[in-house]
Design a protein around this ligand. Structure first.
Ligand SMILES: [Cu+2]
Length: 147
């Protein structure tokens, strides 16, 4: 709520940033205040500190996403353990179509194929063991363990 109130005061750009991610918004605000300080006191360290905040925010944003690539009709990490709430992104790096089909039907590309270069992502909210496969290649199998 605090962020939204502040954002409405600061304009549409900050509102967009706040929607995107709170740490990013914090870094942006940091930058604004430090640039202001720099202009008044001619210190130049502030913006650099803010950049570090921003980079840290970006790293934090990525930490909940696990990547699996499909190459040579194989999942790059056939067995992957993640935490509940994390997202897995599969990307097809082959030059032929693949698919991701959960054995229990709880996730997957369903009737769509994963064309070369395309990605599919799914966020696992419930703990458990999820086996999946590719409907085209019987040996292409994977397993996600959600702890
Ligand atoms: Cu396949």
């Amino acid at each position: 709520m605090y962020i939204l109130r502040e954002a409405s005061r600061a304009g549409p750009i900050t509102i967009a940033l706040a929607r995107e991610s709170a740490p990013l918004f914090a870094a942006w605000r940091c930058l604004v205040s430090q640039v202001d300080l720099m202009l008044r006191t001619s210190t130049s360290l502030g913006p650099i500190l803010c950049l570090l905040v921003l980079l840290g925010a970006d790293a934090a944003k990525d930490s909940g996403v696990k990547k699996i690539e499909i190459k040579d009709k194989k999942y790059s990490t056939p067995k992957l353990t993640i935490k509940a709430g994390e997202t897995v992104v599969w990307t097809n790096r082959d030059d032929s179509d693949h698919s991701i089909v959960a054995d229990d039907g709880s996730f997957g590309t369903k009737d769509d194929d994963l064309n070369p270069g395309e990605s599919y992502k799914f966020t696992f909210k419930k703990k458990g063991k999820y086996k999946y496969h590719c409907k085209y290649h019987p040996r292409e199998k994977g397993e996600i363990t959600v702890e």
